[in-house]
Design a protein around this ligand. Structure first.
Ligand SMILES: [Zn+2]
Length: 66
């Protein structure tokens, strides 16, 4: 479980991760998949950060590697 400083709680909180797969087309018309992981504070639900990972072969479970 990742944890980070929450500005609203003013302390370190566990983060709740949610993943959305974004599909975008590149210049050649190829579809690229990007997994966007958003982290929210487990206590107050404030948005903390988001990370983007390009994915082709990895399944969504591989991204939840904590
Ligand atoms: Zn919080």
């Amino acid at each position: 479980m990742p944890s980070e400083y929450c500005p609203k709680c003013k302390t370190i909180r566990n983060l709740r991760a949610s993943i959305v797969i974004k599909k975008t087309k590149d210049k050649r018309g190829k579809i690229k998949e990007t997994a966007v992981t958003s982290y929210h504070c487990e206590e107050c639900n404030s948005f903390i950060k988001s990370e983007e990972k390009k994915t082709r072969t990895k399944s969504i479970n591989d991204l939840l590697d904590y």
